[in-house]
Design a protein around this ligand. Sequence first.
Ligand SMILES: Nc1nc2c(c(=O)[nH]1)N[C@H]1C(S)=C(S)[C@@H](COP(=O)(O)O)O[C@H]1N2
Ligand SMILES: [Mo]
Length: 254
Amino acid sequence: MAELSKSDTRDLLRDAARSLDVPTRRAFIRNVVGLGSLTLLTGCDVIDEDKAEDVLRHISQFNDRVQAWLFRPHVLAPEYTAAEITRPFPFNAFYGPADAPYVDASAYRLEVSGKVENRKSWTLPELGRLPQFTQITRHVCVEGWSAIGSWTGVRFSDFLQRVGADTTAPYVNFRCADGYFESIDMPTALHPQTQITLRYADETLPRIYGFPMKLRIPTKLGFKNPKHILSMEVSDTAIGGYWSNQGYNWFSGL
Ligand SMILES: Nc1nc2c(c(=O)[nH]1)N[C@H]1C(S)=C(S)[C@@H](COP(=O)(O)O)O[C@H]1N2
Ligand SMILES: [Mo]
């Protein structure tokens, strides 16, 4: 993976000087607390909100290729203590909470397709019997809020290995019960904190937060964390995403 020098990064930041619409930028910056991760991403010291605003204004305009080049698979998102969990956790979707889908747990089958050796579908009890881990991480929504939550589930890289995924394929596509869809790059899919989430705060994932399962990716913005997933496909082509198809940056992460 190529490393960028500080001056390369500054040049790239300068070159990426197209302006983002002001409300989007403000909302994003007001709520980005992880200045440390910006420092990691840019190699520049990001020490205050003004500098963060400046850096983010440019990063949010990076094209996906440059951001993929910056991606370093060993960089972990910060983890927090149980005392820091945000209660109640905010809900967000392209509709209100009353309209979140009801998925029948007993009928549920996660469909796995595309470039995998084993295309079997998975029931919830089968997923629940796989080794689980818990993360307490920050979810950052591009619409202007962030919150710390506790999510438990299966390491996605373990799952991909178990189904015999071709991890040289560049993308994994997701389709959800509410019509939402998202796609991620393979390095992000294999990142150790990327999780098939089955539980929130030590309880079955509540309906509004993505029952029966969601993908938790703490190195990505909130909209790259699809809820209510029905199927996943390992693929040579990405299906885009509900929000990135409306102009939000597809990569949207570290
Ligand atoms: N299926 C589905 N997944 C989704 C969304 C959605 O509308 N539908 N919204 C995304 C956005 S923009 C955010 S911020 C998070 C919100 O997750 P939460 O309700 O657990 O806070 O879900 C993401 N995943
Ligand atoms: Mo979001």
